[in-house]
Design a protein around this ligand. Sequence first.
Ligand code: ADP
Ligand code: MG
Length: 657
Amino acid sequence: MKPLLQLVDVHRTYQIGESTVHALRGVSLTIERGEFVAFMGASGSGKSSLLHILGLLDNPDKGEFKIMGNNVSSMTEDEQAGLRNNVAGFVFQQFHLLKRMTIVDNVRLPHIYSGLKGDFRQEATERLKLVGLEQRIGHTPNQLSGGEQQRVAIARALIRDPLIIFADEPTGNLDSKNSAEIMKILKGLHDGGKTIIMVTHEHEIAAYAGRVVIMKDGLIVSDERSAEMSHPVDVTRESRFEMHDSRTSSLWQDGRFTGFMAQAFQSILANKMRSFLSVLGIFVGVASVIAMMALGAGAQAAMQEDLKSMGSNMLSIRGGSAKIRGASQGAGAVARFTFKDVEEIASLRTLVKNATGVVNGAGRIVYGNKNWSSQLTGVGFEYGSMRASIPTVGRWFTPEEMQMRDKSAIIGVTVVKELFGGTNPLGKTIKINRINFKVIGISPAKGFSGRHDEDDVVIIPVTTAMYRVLGKDYLSGIFVEVASPAQIDQAKTTISELIRKRHRLKEDDDTFNIRDMTEIQKMLKSTTETMSLLLGSIAAISLLVGGIGIMNIMLVSVTERTREIGLRKAIGARKSDIMLQFLVESVGMTVSGGIIGVLAGIGMSLILATFAGWAVKTSLISILLATTFSALTGIFFGLWPAKKASSLKPVEALRFE
Ligand code: ADP
Ligand code: MG
């Protein structure tokens, strides 16, 4: 039979800056099944270094190490981790228990890396019973004495029924009474058939072992067996050795992932304030993006509603340049439209369904002792149906009234409110610029378009407005309803040519402009796009800042938990396990920050909607995007710290102060 452990001329050197420390200078040693070996020697003689190599926590620089005939140097890091989990149990001088977990959870921890299904509470409880701690199951390590903590560590070392137990100064931090108790347990395990490899510098402790190896300056100077093995060796577990790469179950099957989730949750909660502060950036970013997107979508929807009421195949022809809108009146040459223009445009039968001239001016409206300044619009008969302005209360003008320059008026709801308060305006006589008009209808409410109140209007027949009220002999503009939306562009060029011909304008004369609603829609679209871009960059910046915060805290966390990482690796965690644990934690943080941010954003938009009266519209897309992006932030910014944690060497991590 091949020896259990066999070292041939093993060297191990450490490089500290410039200097090289030779911890092992050529150690050859064979350990058989069922032995109880104690390594002794002065501090710094290389005992721990040797134990770490035997326990696969570290590898030799030179020389050969075989486990049951298998060369360790041909094993990958993960295979060694799997082997540690399956055949080794570790007991350290500093206990290395995880403070946040109860002792049962500490004891069953190696199982999370075993690939086996189940919660192993039962098994953990049995091991705790074995070391006499079954009544302390729910306690955390802080509530236990040193001796009790070491007993928990032994229970943890036993949870996977290892072949070999490695103990580095297991009684180094304990008084003699507790030491004796720990040694009694180890002795019992040895009698039960386990191989035990222990480091100690106390002769009393070494006396429990059947073989004492003395080291000096990285070499073995004496190796004595004091007793013959008197008990049977348990070899049934040796098949375990073949299981080192047995972990074939997936992340989800063996419950590893849920284990990581629970641990991440625990760790986030353990540092509540810190976690909260580190997700603040993501929280604020997501909340503001959600609220602003809701606002933007609300504004857009409101504008589109406005546009719809105007009709999508409507053209508006106005005097003045398109470039200097607003300043157009009075500045530069302005085309003066007449009824003849309207007539000619209306007669483009295949292109144009309807055309009507309008004239605008200021109106001073008086009723009784109240007066009000409003927008006065003179319109043609067709205007009512073209612009959806036919009153539901009262009536539209008749063609006769139009022709007769009749003094009838239709007023908007704002004017009604200002002049009539609660009383019925129909049939009443009002003065418009000192001329008496009869109110025949109330224009349908249209609300605000931007800051412009569309209901603050007085509509009268166009001829009345031009010749009787405003004293103008030309129109302010012409509205054209194109036969179909597909003909808009064609209609624009034809009408434009027509006007140029009629008014004898040159190609580059810029005295009128034709706008259509698709143009406004285009404008609206580009505004929305600009806004999305802006929101996107705000989101990106806040997620970047938030992500850096997360990365920072994760790096701190990795440093703080270096020893925890070392312990986890010792009990069989693979690189990917450690990596995943930290990734789950950072994603957990960013996603919870993101979700709270989404809720706050929705709350904020609801408040804006209720109290400020702004139109808001929260979209599912923005919520999904925000959550996805915060998760991606967690992955992206958690990756480096997680990688850093996973690439730590078990021994170095365990030694970290
Ligand atoms: P012992 O356990 O017998 O006290 P160690 O095996 O821990 O001794 O250490 C042997 C020598 O190697 C010591 O001089 C120690 O300082 C050095 N050493 C051990 N581990 C490291 C390390 N990770 N980095 C640098 N030097 C180390
Ligand atoms: Mg040591």
